[in-house]
Design a protein around this ligand. Structure first.
Ligand code: GUN
Length: 281
């Protein structure tokens, strides 16, 4: 019988711990969130992140900029925030409108304020097994698996999706935990043959029902990163009903990876706060 990996419950535990930590601080940490444009999904994500910060006592400020904002204006704003000692973390919600270069923007963020861990410096540190600020979704996935005592060492992990935000950093984290990792993507041939071998299967594709029951190994652990809208509901990449018939553990959508991302983001804000305090000493 399958069980769910309850991201909502674990996230709540983490958020309560963070709230206590923040309560003990004299000066509250502060996160600035920047949203360019009016993408509906991004607006919801930003709202949820701000609400989660406020619930644990982390101060926030948001900049909602028009979709035709010029790159120079955004770079100037980030540089100003980099210098502002009251700001601990800076998050630019992705994706950005096409005319803005994502690499330029995330690399403008000071590495010790980069809550998303997307800056080239933080990605390099992760590659070199010296992770400091790790992207929130991969970090949350590993935390969730550990809380459920899922064995990673020696296991075959298959990740579908190779983004800088999820697939690639997650592959490194699994690799550091001594798993054998395969990263699949839109050019992968015979995908099902590969996913069927996974002891731990992660899907971060963004397509509803992309992973069917026949792509899953019996008793596997299935992690669904997808957030897709389908007939007015939010669903993941995985056919949840089919997965529950084959797998041992499955993350639901919602209440699986999503809340873990939020909890890890809050942890990263505290990490930024500590990094800056250390820099001042
Ligand atoms: N868009 C989707 N997920 C994320 C995330 O974790 N961080 C940022 N900045 N943008 C996103």
């Amino acid at each position: 019988m399958s069980q769910i990996l309850d991201g909502q419950m674990i996230s709540k535990e983490i958020r309560e711990r963070i709230k206590e930590e923040v309560n003990r601080l004299e000066v509250k940490p502060k996160l600035v969130v920047i949203l360019v444009g009016d993408d509906d999904a991004s607006k919801i994500y930003v709202r949820n992140k701000i609400k989660a910060c406020e619930n644990v006592g982390i101060a926030t400020e948001d900049y909602i900029l028009p979709k035709d904002t010029r790159e120079k204006e955004l770079v100037d704003l980030i540089e100003k925030l980099n210098k502002n000692k009251e700001v601990n973390g800076i998050l630019v919600q992705l994706p950005l409108p096409k005319h803005l270069n994502e690499d330029t923007i995330v690399n403008t963020i000071s590495p010790n304020k980069d809550v998303d861990g997307l800056n080239i410096i933080n990605q390099g540190k992760l590659l070199n097994r010296k992770p400091v600020l790790v992207p929130a979704t991969p970090k949350g996935i590993i935390t969730l698996l550990k809380r459920y005592f899922v064995e990673i060492e020696g296991k075959r992990v298959v990740i579908v999706g190779r983004s800088k935000l999820v697939g690639m950093p997650l592959a490194l984290l699994f690799n550091h935990a001594n798993a054998t990792v395969t990263v699949c993507h839109s050019y992968t041939e015979n995908l099902k043959d590969i996913t069927k071998q996974a002891d731990i299967l992660v899907s971060a594709v963004g397509k509803a029902n992309f992973i069917s029951g026949d792509m899953i190994k019996k008793d596997a652990v299935v992690v669904d990163v997808g957030i897709n809208r389908q007939m007015g509901h939010i669903v993941g990449d995985v056919n949840f009903k089919e997965a529950m018939e084959v797998a041992r553990l499955v993350t639901p959508v919602p209440k699986g990876v999503g809340p873990m991302t939020i909890a890890s983001l809050l942890e990263n804000v505290l990490e930024c706060y500590d990094l800056q305090k250390r820099d001042m000493k």
